[in-house]
Design a protein around this ligand. Structure first.
Ligand code: FE2
Ligand code: FE2
Length: 307
């Protein structure tokens, strides 16, 4: 990983070679509508207009309390972004917490009214294969999990990727944390997921939930089996007052190379600057990606396949 501070003159997103909107993905996480900050929301809409991404990913905790009004505000915001392709997954805050009947009988009812019934959408575009995973559970409070069946479904989908696609899996809870106090927030089932998704060709796993942005190499982690380079890309809270660790509101931009046969991509963290009243590029990292996996057959998970 090559981490570089963006040059001063580029903090406001000046045009660079290779900045084709078709090759830009915007990750927004944990907006927690109901606790959104109007000035930050406006700044994020301005960033989206400026960068014109082809894909927007919302990696859960769309609302604070899963009310219809909060979902309606979130839906209106997403519509205003006018990004051609969007992928939204629920977070634990998107299941009603105190309305026990709704939590038990229709945990995703209000979410689905705003964002559709597909809780695990997929974007399959020439440059991108983005696979959403619903890691929330109505019987868990804030913890998330991925089941063996979900691991297998995602791996099978990854195996259909074309050589030109950047392959991204999106979960709400993180597959990797950086601080001891966040260990309890890690996704249950993550070891199985990392092992099989890396073998199937995933380039990165995007997440949120803990409101801390970072990028880490899963293949350098000692406690997981990761067959090839795969990255954990975590986003902070985009617009909520619920910031943590002294970090400002932030979002991520992922950029493909102009030559998609080059196996690298760039991940940028854009922080909200109250002084500038806009999001500014705070960190830019070029990530080396693995070559394409060798699979024994289309859709094969190879040795150790799940059922
Ligand atoms: Fe959250
Ligand atoms: Fe969460």
């Amino acid at each position: 990983m090559i981490a570089v501070r963006p040059p001063e003159g580029d903090r406001h997103g000046s045009r660079q070679a290779g900045r084709d909107p078709a090759r830009v993905l915007l990750q927004i996480s944990d907006p927690h509508f109901g606790t959104e900050q109007p000035d930050v929301l406006r700044a994020l809409e301005a960033l989206a207009r400026e960068q014109a991404p082809a894909v927007v990913v919302l990696s859960g905790d769309i609302t604070q309390r899963a009310t219809r009004a909060q979902f309606a505000a979130a839906r209106a915001f997403v519509e205003r972004l006018a990004v051609p392709a969007r992928l939204v997954i629920p977070g634990n805050h998107d299941i009603p917490l105190f309305q026990f009947g709704a939590r038990l009988l229709s945990p995703y009812g209000r979410y689905s009214e705003a964002f559709g019934r597909d809780l695990e959408p997929v974007i399959d575009a020439p440059e991108w294969l983005v696979i959403g995973v619903n890691t929330t559970r109505r019987y868990r409070h804030s913890d998330g999990e991925v089941s063996p069946a979900q691991v297998a479904r995602v791996a099978a989908r990854l195996a259909t990727a074309t050589p030109q696609q950047l392959r991204i899996v999106v979960t709400h809870q993180p597959v990797l944390v950086t601080r001891p106090e966040d260990v309890t927030n890690r996704l249950h089932g993550r070891k199985l997921a990392i092992e099989h998704w890396s073998r199937a060709g995933a380039d990165m796993v995007m997440g949120g939930h803990i409101h801390l942005p970072y990028v880490r190499a899963l293949h350098e982690e000692a406690d997981v089996t990761c067959a090839r380079p795969m990255w954990a890309v975590q986003a902070g809270t985009a617009v909520s007052t619920r910031v943590r660790g002294g970090r400002p509101n932030s979002v991520n931009l992922v950029r493909r190379e102009a030559d998609t046969t080059l196996r690298t991509c760039v991940v940028e963290r854009w922080d909200h600057s109250a002084a500038d009243d806009r999001f500014v590029c705070a960190e830019r990292q070029r990530l080396p990606l693995a070559g394409l996996p060798r699979l024994t057959g289309r859709g094969s998970m190879g040795k150790g396949a799940l059922s």
